[in-house]
Write a protein that binds this ligand. Structure first.
Ligand code: SAH
Length: 252
């Protein structure tokens, strides 16, 4: 039996481009009260900062052990399921989950030994589309339409509460592992997208068109498939052969 502590340790809270250090402190307190400890900070505007410690109200250990990263991809390293919290639906066409359903899926993944990230955006601007594109699903706390945005730390609290309830609850046994190989992590997926983008260039797929939209669509497709490491090796193999053939065709 995996105990609660091991499961909680596989779940991280990723705060992206947070403006106010007080919110980082309040978020640390929120996750600590629900039995979590792992926080990753992506390009915070001010951190460390006494205001963060003041509002952590004793959860200083969470702040002291928080990872600091320049970009979201680093903050997601090692995780295979990323869930992006957003008050608005945005242009990104991701599946939308309630906090409860998100907690259920996060727990199922953690029970299989995977690492899970809950991703929260900047106080004013939320998560950018490029950041949501690195997530497998979007989570929306069902607030009212005409006043939908919660304070960042309060959104963290709602999600942490749902995760705690899922951990404590009489969950049905987790579904059997879907992968006999470990699922690819965020860094491996980024490497694959770089290879894919390069190959599309090499085979002249874009024909002068802007590649951004098609790359976002392809990301969505592969995020949905959640390939494991072996599947990713096969895809890399196919791309490498396509590049080789393109090289031959171009007389290189
Ligand atoms: N105007 C921004 C609000 C940012 S609030 C926007 O529309 O996204 C800061 C962060 O708190 C958000 O990026 C999100 O991660 C979280 N949050 C706030 N309200 C939320 C809600 N109703 N559902 C899900 N996440 C929410």
């Amino acid at each position: 039996m995996t105990d609660l502590h091991d499961l909680a340790a596989r779940i991280r809270y990723v705060l992206v481009r947070t403006s106010h250090p007080g919110n980082i402190g309040s978020a640390a307190r929120a996750i600590r009260t629900m039995g979590f400890a792992r926080m990753e900070l992506v390009a915070p505007h001010r951190f460390p900062d006494p205001e963060a410690n003041a509002l952590a109200a004793g959860a200083d250990e969470v702040l002291a052990s928080a990872g600091l990263h320049a970009g979201l991809v680093d903050g997601l390293a090692g995780s295979s399921l990323a869930l992006g919290l957003s008050a608005r639906r945005r242009g990104v066409n991701l599946p939308e989950l309630s906090p409860r359903e998100a907690a259920r899926q996060a727990l199922a993944a953690a029970t299989r030994g995977e690492q899970v990230a809950l991703v929260f955006g900047n106080e004013r601007t939320g998560l950018e589309n490029e950041e949501l594109a690195r997530c497998h699903a979007m989570v929306r706390i069902p607030s009212v339409d005409d006043f939908s945005s919660l304070n960042l730390a309060q959104a963290v609290q709602v999600m942490a509460y749902e995760l705690r309830m899922a951990l404590l609850g009489d969950e049905p046994p987790a579904p059997p592992p879907e992968h006999d190989e470990p699922p690819a992590d965020a860094a491996q997926m980024e490497q694959f997208y770089r290879h894919l983008a390069q190959t599309l260039d090499d085979i002249d797929f874009h024909k002068g068109r802007e590649p951004t939209t098609i790359m976002l669509r392809l990301r969505k497709l592969f995020q949905r498939a959640q390939p494991d490491e072996r599947e990713l090796r096969v895809l890399h193999g196919i791309l490498a052969d396509a590049q080789r053939m393109a090289g031959l065709a171009n007389g290189r």
